[in-house]
Write a protein that binds this ligand. Structure first.
Ligand code: NAD
Length: 275
């Protein structure tokens, strides 16, 4: 079901499916999106300091009346907030904006060179102080993960990266599975670009599903956590309606075949520091 969870390396359970809120405006827009998602059964929300909508996310969660421990909240430390002391301070700001005592998952948003190891040490501190239930990274390539794993006794529990049929991330996915790092997909829908692809269209017809549902189901068949974004109630419901079917192995492969190693977002090895 939509509330099924995966056990992370430390035993904490994270929903396979959630709502992304990048570019959902603070206030009414993000509150409406989170409210609609919780009503549709979503139990995981992905925000970030960068998104500037943590206040609304927290408000919608509190107003829902759903017990806090049933909702999984992810936020992230932004590039300009990295470093040991800076990250501890950034965390307190996020926590205050969200109005939550404990954050379920705290991520390093991008691997800022010269900074991300100190940032990771701050995440370890927050984890040991039990202010966060799990810690992880985002936009880390294999070499970034290895750098962290070499200096730390705690491995990242999650790596949230761009992932869709145009960018199947096979080596990274294999590496993460081997080290019990849960991969999580951002931009899973390619913001819609993939919906008109003939292979996706044909599968939509075959399964009686929408292109969005086909692509999201493909995430789950790869055992990748997925957090599609929408602020529209009917799409929020549509995107969640993927727990009543499976793609056959052949059809998963057909979608894998669309890989072009093509990024729609920035490259972790050459991203611009602030954007
Ligand atoms: P997405 O692939 O989820 O696409 C979202 C867009 O697709 C929507 O704005 C809407 O225009 C369209 N859409 C959504 N559902 C639809 C439907 N059913 N039918 C038709 N169109 C539909 O892109 P995203 O928002 O970039 O990624 C999802 C989430 O991942 C973000 O909201 C954010 O939480 C996270 N993210 C993280 C990073 C990172 O660096 N860690 C980067 C980008 C996004």
């Amino acid at each position: 079901s939509i509330q099924d969870r995966v056990k992370l390396a430390n035993g904490v359970e994270m929903p396979w499916f959630g709502l992304g809120v990048y570019k959902a405006a603070e206030g009414e827009e993000v509150i409406g999106a989170v409210r609609a998602a919780l009503k549709a059964g979503y139990r995981s929300i992905d925000t970030a300091s960068l998104y500037q909508n943590e206040v609304g996310v927290g408000q919608a969660i509190r107003e829902s009346g759903i017990p806090r421990d049933e909702i999984f909240v992810t936020t992230k430390v932004w590039n300009t907030e990295q470093g040991y002391d800076e990250t501890l301070a950034a965390f307190e700001r996020s926590r205050k904006r969200l109005g939550l005592e404990v954050i379920d998952l705290y991520l390093i948003h991008w691997p800022v060179r010269e900074k991300f190891l100190d940032t990771w040490r701050a995440l370890e501190t927050l984890y040991k102080e039990r202010k966060v239930r799990a810690i992880g990274v985002s936009n880390f390539n294999i070499h970034h993960l290895e750098t962290v794993m070499n200096i730390s006794d705690i491995n990242p529990m999650v790596n949230q990266v761009e992932f869709h049929p145009f960018l199947t991330q096979k080596p990274l996915l294999t590496f993460c599975k081997a080290h019990d790092i849960q991969l999580e997909a951002w931009r899973p829908l390619t913001k819609g670009e993939i919906f008109t692809h003939p292979v996706v269209q044909a599968l939509a017809k075959k399964y009686g599903k929408t292109p969005a549902q086909i692509v999201l189901r493909w995430n789950l068949e790869h055992r990748v956590v997925t957090i599609p974004k929408s602020v529209r109630e009917e799409r929020i419901q549509e995107n969640a309606n993927i727990f009543d079917f499976h793609l056959s192995p052949e059809d998963v492969e057909a979608l894998d075949g669309l890989n072009e190693d093509r990024r729609l977002g920035q490259d972790p090895d050459s991203f611009s520091f602030d954007f």
